[in-house]
Design a protein around this ligand. Structure first.
Ligand code: B12
Length: 223
């Protein structure tokens, strides 16, 4: 197996590093941390490590999650493994030797403290190559707007789990669109529908992060 393929496979399996106990059949074996370290030592292009190793692995686990063949813990372990590689690429992003796909601003809207789904979206978008600005939960529309002003050209992701406060997505979307009509706003969360997304003027509703990534790929946004 090629090194990049091995990295992707270890991301899928959630193998962080040599000392991590998960998955049991890979106990004591190298994880994503060691393979990315070795790839960098062998002067493999960091962009290749990102696109053919880490991103590829996250994409495959995301697809499995989307069709119900992988579950939240699988995504969490994959994201942890991906992060062990991504942390080592950080200096290359900072120096410009490796590039991100774009900036994704994400948060759970005002009045809503649920952040498990939002965190999964954050991790998947990191794995898809985006720099993610995570505003956390219970985020006021003004805070989203401030982040959009600070990161021109960013995409925005709004999460909501409560029917009582999901309407705060409307004000947030309107504020963003009034300031910058071209800024794309994606919305998600268990109670949402495509109809709600359309009614508040957001650009895309995705029922899970993989669907958002697939849409961005199809529309060739930030590719
Ligand atoms: C965990 C949980 C909590 C935890 C939250 C912990 C945390 N850090 O998030 C705690 C205990 C704190 C909590 C509190 C409350 N909760 Co609660 N909670 C849940 C629970 C059990 C699971 C939610 C969850 O994490 N799901 C798993 C994640 C992975 O799924 P997800 O969020 O939908 O995200 C996925 C997709 O929707 C999508 N997605 C999500 N966001 C986005 C964004 C974008 C851009 C995209 C593309 C995709 C996307 O991607 C994710 C992965 O596929 C649900 C019930 C249930 N079974 O769903 C109730 C539930 C959401 N809670 C509910 C309620 C009522 C409350 C409380 C008001 C209870 C109370 N009386 O205090 C408070 C709210 C406090 C507040 N202001 O927010 C209700 C909401 C009902 C409604 N119709 O509004 C639910 C449905 C329970 C119920 N059946 O009554 N809750």
């Amino acid at each position: 197996m090629e090194l990049m393929e091995k990295i992707a496979d270890l991301v899928i399996r959630g193998k962080v590093n040599q000392s991590s106990a998960w998955p049991p059949d890979l106990k004591g074996k190298d994880g994503v941390f060691e393979l990315v370290r070795d790839a960098l030592a062998a002067e493999v292009d960091p962009n290749e490590i990102l696109s053919k190793g880490l991103k590829e692995g996250m994409e495959i686990i995301g697809q499995r999650f989307s069709i119900g063949e992988a579950y939240v813990p699988d995504l969490l372990m994959a994201a942890k493994a991906m992060t062990a590689g991504m942390d080592q690429l950080q200096p290359f992003f900072e120096s410009g030797a490796a590039t991100r796909r774009g900036v994704f601003v994400v948060g759970t809207v005002l009045g809503d403290n649920h952040d498990i789904g939002k965190n999964l979206v954050r991790m998947m978008m990191e794995g898809a190559g985006f720099e993610v600005i995570d505003l956390g939960y219970n985020v006021a529309p003004e805070a989203f707007l401030a982040a959009v002003k600070e990161h021109p050209g960013c995409l925005v992701g709004l999460s909501a789990l409560l029917t009582s406060t999901m309407i705060n997505m409307k004000q947030t979307t309107q504020m963003i669109k009034d300031y910058s009509p071209d800024t794309l706003v994606a919305v998600g969360g268990a109670p949402l529908t495509q109809g709600f997304c359309d009614s508040i003027g957001a650009d895309i509703y995705a029922e899970d992060p993989q669907k958002l990534i697939e849409w961005l790929n199809e529309e060739k946004i930030c590719c």
